[in-house]
Design a protein around this ligand. Structure first.
Ligand code: NAD
Length: 364
């Protein structure tokens, strides 16, 4: 049986409420399908780490992650972190760059039992995760921003051929895989603002076109980000894989989450060549933190994506089976609708949903 080391970083706000249910779901699935073996490695990160160790991302945490096969990152209250202080760096952005987690994969799909204006949504935003407006190369203060004088801020956007080609490759490979699994044609839509950002998005689009020519079986189209934001609310069911740069992907994936039930249901995986980081799309939700009412599903499904990725990467049937078990259990709990947190119109608590998912994992 394969054994994995998985880092667990609870983070800020609702992190300590929604991260443990993701671990519990995996433990339940492991017990049912008989593997894989997992060593969970709890690691300090975020404001608690800052208070205890003087850093939101202690060096020992990063060193421990280097020994892991993957990790689960809770949300961070980044708006409270001081600007320009390395000891208050954003752990999320830092880890994405440190481990070269170049693809942020953010699925949005309609759930049976969740009433929205749409049915049949089944799309994935593939967001370039290492550069764009969130690059910090050669500039001060992180996130590609610097302040030449008190009244001016310059935000630098970095677009490289290497990163654009790599993210396009990821998107087309994913579309081809989804097409095989669904028995229909795959499609990639590249979203950009090339009419204004002619050089940067021009380069990004050139790379997408080059990769598209190697995937004749996958349909390819492009859209300006402003028009696309409208198309997405008009006909989200028309889209399959959406590939885009960092900032646009960040925004559009929250929009996509809103179409299918909200951030409480929106998972994501940050994928690199050798390691992946599960991380729900949502933030630390300070408005509901500490009340025990956050929806744990986004975090559970993020962990489920990590398990599926480990299964694929290591050709590990047990990890794949455990991941499938969790996905089925979550679908069932949501479809039955007996246990719901307030974001989905219910009155139940985080712990109630977490328990229902574990029970469904055992019963499926
Ligand atoms: P947010 O995602 O934290 O919250 C937006 C809204 O969605 C809030 O009303 C919140 O209650 C709700 N929500 C989010 N997750 C939920 C869940 N699991 N269950 C039920 N409701 C949920 O975004 P924000 O308020 O704009 O940002 C708060 C903080 O989070 C900021 O510091 C921001 O920088 C940070 N942030 C962090 C991440 C991350 O760590 N990955 C992502 C986005 C924002």
């Amino acid at each position: 049986m394969r054994r994995y080391r998985i880092g667990v970083l609870e983070g800020d706000g609702i992190g300590p409420e929604v991260v443990p249910p993701a671990v519990d779901a995996v433990e339940a699935a492991r017990a049912v399908v008989g593997g894989p073996a997992i060593d969970w490695v709890p690691l300090p990160m975020g404001l608690t780490a800052y208070e205890r160790e003087g850093s939101t991302l202690p060096a020992a945490t990063v060193a421990a992650l280097e020994t892991c096969d993957g990790f689960l990152l809770g949300p961070v209250s980044h708006h409270t972190y001081a600007v320009g202080r390395p000891e208050m760096a954003n752990p999320s952005g830092t880890l994405r760059k440190r481990f070269d987690l170049y693809a942020n994969v953010r699925p949005a799909r309609s759930f049976a039992g969740v009433k929205t204006r749409y049915t049949g949504v089944d799309l994935v935003v593939v967001r370039e995760n290492t550069e764009g407006f969130y690059a910090d190369r050669n500039v001060l203060d992180g996130n590609g921003e610097f302040r030449p004088d008190a009244d001016t801020v310059i935000s630098v956007r970095v677009v490289t051929r290497k990163a654009s080609r790599r993210i396009a490759e990821y998107a087309f490979a994913l579309a081809a895989e989804r097409a095989r699994a669904r028995g229909r044609q795959g499609r990639v839509t590249a979203v950009h603002k090339q009419n204004v950002l002619k050089l940067g998005d021009g380069l990004f689009l050139d790379c997408c076109r080059e990769v598209a020519s190697r995937y004749p079986e996958v349909a390819f189209d492009t859209a300006h980000v402003d028009a696309f934001a409208m198309f997405l609310v008009q006909r989200p069911e028309a889209y399959d894989v959406i590939v885009t740069t960092n900032l646009f992907g960040d925004v559009l994936s929250d929009e996509a989450a809103g179409l299918v039930g909200g951030l409480g249901l929106a998972p994501s995986l940050n994928v690199g060549a050798d390691i992946a980081m599960a991380q729900a799309v949502h933030g630390s939700a300070p408005d509901i933190a500490g009340r025990g009412i956050a929806n744990p599903v986004a975090e559970i499904l993020s962990m489920q994506m990590l398990l599926a990725w480990l299964g694929q990467r290591h050709d590990d049937d047990a990890a794949r089976a455990a991941a499938a078990r969790i996905a089925g259990a979550v679908d069932r709990v949501i479809a039955e609708g007996r246990v719901r947190t307030p974001d989905l119109g219910g009155r139940d608590r985080t712990a109630d949903v977490a328990r229902a998912v574990v029970e469904a994992v055992r019963a499926c």
